[in-house]
Ligand binder design. Structure first.
Ligand code: AP5
Length: 222
């Protein structure tokens, strides 16, 4: 039977667990994970002009200008893998203008997941976060420590993961979140993101299972 790929957006405050949940979602559902922040950090690592400009904004916890972000995300959504397998868009859109741009390009999500986590937990998650530069895997010194000594010795910290910078990132988030939410109200599912990563995933998995069933039913009736 023909399968229609899923198109999902995931949003939430800094360190609410978007990247962590995206690892679990892609493992199970095989979607292409497109993370705006990861794409920007790849530009910085490549030393491109866009990367240099982006870093100035990221350092201040501000949104990178649309001229840089919109095309970057659009190109990934248009990739043959995203079209075939479906996509999981992480950290985009972050403003109504980004949402409108996406709509104009013809990209409409089936579901908008919002991770809700209280602020005091967010700061603790940011400060303890570590990344494995080889596998890209996300760790936390307390909540999901590296599995081996070898990984523990090579993990790195993101340049914007300080208590001071996360406050600025949170401010930016609060300024923009309502405008984005209002554009996806009917397809939004709010998830309590303060439990363990498996507890959070169970809620998301429930919503995705239901969505897939609905899609299959629709396909079966036409
Ligand atoms: P981006 O990279 O998207 O950062 P962010 O939104 O601040 O989100 P994070 O990546 O910090 O957190 P996350 O929610 O993925 O959490 P994670 O799973 O890692 O953006 C960075 C910057 O790029 C922005 O500030 C902006 O400048 C720019 N930018 C990005 N997108 C843009 C756009 N669309 N337009 C303009 N500019 C843009 O988890 C965090 C930690 O908590 C980890 O250590 C993890 O192990 C731990 N953890 C996760 N879940 C749990 C759990 N359930 N229990 C305990 N610990 C947990």
């Amino acid at each position: 039977r023909k399968k229609e790929p899923l198109r999902i957006m995931i949003s939430g405050a800094p360190a609410s667990g978007k990247g962590t949940q995206c690892e679990l979602i892609t493992q199970k559902y095989g979607l292409v994970h497109i993370a705006a922040g990861d794409l920007l950090r790849a530009e910085i690592a490549a030393g491109s002009e866009n990367g240099k400009q982006a870093k100035e904004y990221m350092d201040k916890g501000k949104l990178v200008p649309n001229e840089i972000v919109v095309t970057m995300v659009k190109e990934r959504l248009n990739g043959p893998d995203s079209r075939e397998k479906g996509w999981l868009l992480d950290g985009y859109p972050r403003s109504s203008s980004q949402a409108i741009a996406l709509k104009e390009f013809g990209f409409q999500p089936d579901l908008f997941i919002l991770l809700e986590v209280p602020e005091e937990i967010l700061v603790e998650r940011v400060v303890g976060r570590r990344l494995d530069p080889i596998t890209g895997k996300i760790y936390h010194l307390k909540y999901s420590p590296p599995e081996t000594e070898e990984i523990a010795s090579r993990v790195t910290q993101r340049f914007d993961d300080t208590e001071e910078k996360v406050k600025l990132r949170l401010q930016t988030h609060h300024q923009n979140v309502e405008a984005v939410l209002s554009m996806y109200e009917v397809i939004t599912v709010k998830v309590n993101g303060s439990g363990s990563k498996q507890e959070v995933f169970a809620q998301i998995n429930g919503a995705l299972t239901q969505l897939l069933e609905q899609k299959q039913e629709k396909l079966g009736t036409v």
